[in-house]
Design a protein around this ligand. Structure first.
Ligand code: NAD
Length: 280
């Protein structure tokens, strides 16, 4: 499952939709990204988001704040962006420095501008099947399955390894909505290997390089590798031992070039949807 190719196609489609919105209604969709501190990986992500935003014709507003920013200053900025008509989507880059309360910041974002889908209102909507913003990485996983897996997902056993609010839980909710039978595994799960061997769809969102081995994977399984891990030699690898696992699978995402590029494409799509919905 080629996330690079699919995300490029999504961005092409989006470029046309953004231009049409501008031409017909004079609206230029805008994304505000807030970054606090000096985490080098976060700076790379934020730069990429800004570049891709501009490439599809949207406005990008970057707010880079020092590591010692106070909670009240950060909340005040989010409130200012909530009230700014030029801003359709707000993303606060996580993780925040340890002295800041990320949940309070997320709770302050207007749910109609919460293009990351982390606000409790959007989490609740996903959980009860109402339309709202779906977190970008899980949405990217679903789009990959819908594009590359021709069969109906209904009735398939999906095992999701990882229960984070950002990846594991929303991926599980999306697969449940596709009528999969979903098992969420995590660090306390017993006999993970045997459980994984029962999976028709296996999603790895753990953060441990090459954690999932070939013996864990059933022949013909579909594998989504969400993990991004940098080895000491600088190489990026996923949570799945790709070289050993890939020959057994019906479909698998590589790292890099799988789920990763889909995340930003889905963020841009959510921002476009926010502009359309919010600006009427
Ligand atoms: P997290 O640390 O919040 O969650 C990791 C999960 O893995 C936890 O729920 C934990 O229970 C589980 N886990 C840890 N050790 C385990 C073990 N031994 N056995 C079973 N489960 C175990 O991480 P996250 O934010 O969900 O991210 C997971 C991975 O996905 C990371 O590598 C992260 O970099 C990557 N990620 C990628 C994208 C993308 O765009 N592709 C986006 C977000 C996160």
């Amino acid at each position: 499952m080629d996330g690079k190719a699919l995300s490029a196609a999504l961005r092409t489609d989006l470029t046309a939709k953004v231009a049409a919105l501008k031409a017909t209604r004079g609206i230029t969709a805008g994304l505000a990204v807030v970054l606090v501190g000096d985490d080098p990986a976060s700076h790379v992500y934020v730069r990429n988001k800004g570049k891709q935003c501009v490439a599809v014709g949207m406005n990008s507003f970057e707010h880079i704040l020092p590591a010692n920013t106070t909670q009240s200053d950060l909340l005040a900025l989010v409130q200012k962006l909530n009230a700014d008509d030029a801003v359709d989507g707000i993303l606060v880059q996580l993780p925040l420095p340890a002295h800041l309360d990320a949940q309070e910041v997320i709770n302050t974002i207007d749910p109609a501008k919460d293009v990351d889908g982390f606000h409790p209102v959007n989490v609740g909507k996903l959980s009860v099947g109402l339309s709202g913003f779906v977190p970008c990485t899980p949405l990217g996983c679903l789009k990959l399955l819908q594009h590359y897996v021709p069969q109906d997902l209904s009735g398939k056993h999906a095992v999701v390894i990882g229960r984070s609010n950002i990846v594991g839980k929303p991926v599980a909710a999306l697969l449940l909505a596709q009528n999969c039978t979903v098992t969420i595994a995590h660090s306390k799960t017993k006999d993970l290997q045997a459980l994984c061997r029962t999976a028709d769809i296996l999603v790895a969102a753990i953060g441990k390089p090459h954690f999932v081995k070939a013996e864990w994977v059933k022949d013909g399984a579909i594998v989504l590798d969400v993990g991004i891990n940098r080895l000491d030699n600088g190489t990026l690898v996923g949570d799945v031992d790709y070289a050993a696992v890939a020959p057994k699978t019906a479909a698998i995402t590589p790292v890099p070039g799988g789920v990763g590029p889909m995340t930003i494409a889905c963020l841009l799509e959510n921002t476009y949807q926010a502009a359309v919905a919010w600006q009427g």
